[in-house]
Each structure stands twice: as structure tokens, then as C-alpha cells.
Design a protein around this ligand. Sequence first.
Ligand code: BGC
Length: 441
Amino acid sequence: MSGFKFPANFLWGAAASAHQVEGGNLNDWSEWEIINAARLAREADSKFSYLKNWSEIQAQAENPENYISGKTCDHYSRFRKDFDIAKQLGHNAHRFSIEWSRIEPEEGKFNEQEIEHYREVIKALRERGMEPFVTLWHWTLPLWVRDQGGWENPKTIRDFLRYTNKIIDVLGSNIHFWIPLNEPTIYVGHSYIIGDFPPQLRSYRRGNNVLKNLIQAHHGAYRLIHEQLGREVMVGNAHNLHYNVPYRQWWPPDMLATAVFRYIRDLRPLRWTRRMEDFIGLNYYFRDTVKFIFGAGRFPCIDIQNPNEWLSDMGWDLYPEGIYHSLKYLARYRKPIYIIENGLADQRDIHRTKFIGEHLKWIGRAIREGTDVRGYLHWSLLDNFEWDKGFWPRFGLVEVDYKTLERKIRPSAWEFKKIIESNAIEVPNSIVADPIEVKPR
Ligand code: BGC
């Protein structure tokens, strides 16, 4: 064993998004949930009964109420208490998102009370010594934006920039870290290609158009933020990078499918935004083992296999070494990197301590080898509303009882605190010394 010390001023904390924790939102998702809850409950058995923990989640997953965000954790009114908990857990940074539909519920009409709310959120973080990372759009749309065609309509780019401008005006002086958009490719994948998120389309062409509009929105926001606030502030995108490996390591169709999948889903947006990013925001969750499948009528022609035994409650292939490969890949851009999401659904909190520790060891190794990583934000502080899966996946360092809204700190959160306080981690020699062939995957 040898110890690894993280750099001084390393930022530690957790991340969340408005719709998943606030409660009481009125946007494209809240309406979609009401229309789709019964269907999602009916489909639960065919989608999730293969999971090892199915018996534990079945009742919840088959209940339509699970799919309606409603008041979720009521973080909207409890944010100060939640930030007290984060502070108690040693966090010195926190990522949250501003809900566009609250700020601009009608086109061009800004709600001053809601602006005040987010002013208070930022103030509450600063009073507790936590650096805010502010996302301007985390997947939900005001209803009027949905009705004009969402991100398919180029007008939405201009509207988003007007909203961005407003936020710069009213809150800008207190925000240093800006994330205009959360994971454009994951949004496009779910909403326009796989079709399981609103507006549930399945068209590569339309998805590609949406992705281009999102990238333009990012570029516009980057320019605006710097024009108005100068070069001091930092703007970054939230990139979700998976660790992709071919199912049959040397079988050309699997190798090709892996490379294409990785390029389209992970690398292309990075290339498009890299000149307009002061830092890179990395979201890393799992490994995907990609298998090419022959067969008509299926798009994309791939299947994801999970050879690993170490799985999250959602069946994700937990593979900490993957974060090291993602960081080594990103190092080529020579920009500071903040990990702004990394986490797992783990209701019984039996994997989280190991999950965090193992990822931090690999992050430590990447830093030791010269990668400029400056922060780690775990997903998430609280259990929250996991989009089309609803409430059964439990991502929180802090458990939420959705009936009483009581918060209960999980043991892993205390273990994470120990790492934060020492700003260091014990690393086994195998991770420090084993030679690793780093390939651009
Ligand atoms: C998203 C979060 C989501 C998390 C876990 C991320 O890609 O940004 O909103 O909850 O994954 O699925």
C-alpha cells in the first residue's frame, strides 16, 4: 500500500439536477410522467425482472406512482438543511441545475421569485463554504419550448441564450463554474434514438439535428458568459464517457461496432466543444461491452453485454479502472478536468464505499501520471427521481424516505468524508505499479 495525496484545493462534493430533487416542477417531463406512468409500471416486469434484486424492487417498479416525480425530495424547500448535511459530510463543492421552466414559465417572461430562489441556493452554498457548479439545462424543457419542437427547432437555441443571458445578469456575479448543458449525447440517445425519454422519437437524422443545435447552444452560451463576465469564470460541458470494449476482443465486427459507438456517443461532441471549454466536466458511470449483432431491422446493430459480476442495482457494469482510461484520453485536451458525476444505484449501500474508493484510486493514478484533475462530485447527495425508472434506483449518499421525506445519512457517506478530510487515499501497489496499456478507446 502507498498513500496518494490529492492536490491542494481539490474540490469534493456531490451533484444533482433540479427536476430530480426539487419537486413541484411543471415542464415537459412532469406532463410526460403523468401520461406514461401506467405504461412504465406495466413494462417494469419485462424490463427489470432480470435484475438480481428484482424481488426487492418489484412492488415499487410495478406501481405507477413510482414514475411521477411530484414533490420528489422536496429539495426546493429543504435545500438549506440538505446543504447542512453536505457540509457535515465534509463537502466543499456542489453541483445543481437551474430549472429553465421555473425561470421562464412563459416565453420572454421571467419569474423574479424563482430567480430569488436560486440566488438563495447559491448564497446558502457559499455560506457553508461550498463552491457551486451551476448547470443551466439538465434535460427538462419549459412547456412552451416543448410545444415549439424543443431542440429540433433552431429558435430554441436563441431562446436558451436569452435565458442564459438573464441568468448571467441576475446571478452571474456569484457563479464561477458554469455548465450550460448536461450530457447532450445521452439526452439525444434517449429522447431521439432509443426513444424512451420525451419526446420518444426514434430517428437518427432528427437526433443528429438536435445534437447540432445543442452544440450551437453550448457555443453561444460559452461566448455570452465570457463576454459578460470576463475570462476569469470557467465554462465546461458535462461529457458522459463510457468505457467501451468489444465483446470479442479481436473480432472485427465487435471492434468496429465499439469504435463507431464510442465515436458517435462519446467522442464526437467532445471534438465539437473542445475549443469552447475552459474545463472538461467528466461524468463516468460504467463499462459497456459491445457486441455486434447481425439481424435485420435492428438499429443500432449492437447489444450491450455485462460480463462483470459487480453490478449496480440497475445492472450497470461497475468498472472503476474505466475512469482512468477516460481521464487519460481527456488529458490530450490539456484542460483542467472536474469529475462532475460518478455514482451508482445501491439501495442497501453495500457497494458504494468500495465504488467510491476504487474510482478514487484510479483517479489518483491518473493524477500521479500528470492528468490535471481538480475535483470529484459524486452522483448524488440524495436519493432522487431517476427519470423513466422513477424512484426505485437509490443513488444517494443520503437515503430519502419518500413518505416522510426524512433524510438518513448512509454509512458510505461517512467513509467518503474520511477520504475528503484526509484529502488522500490508500492505493494498493497493484494500482500504483501495474503497467497499463492505454489505448485511445
Ligand atoms: C444524468 C443524471 C442521472 C444519472 C444516473 C446521468 O447521466 O446526468 O441525471 O440521474 O446519469 O443515471
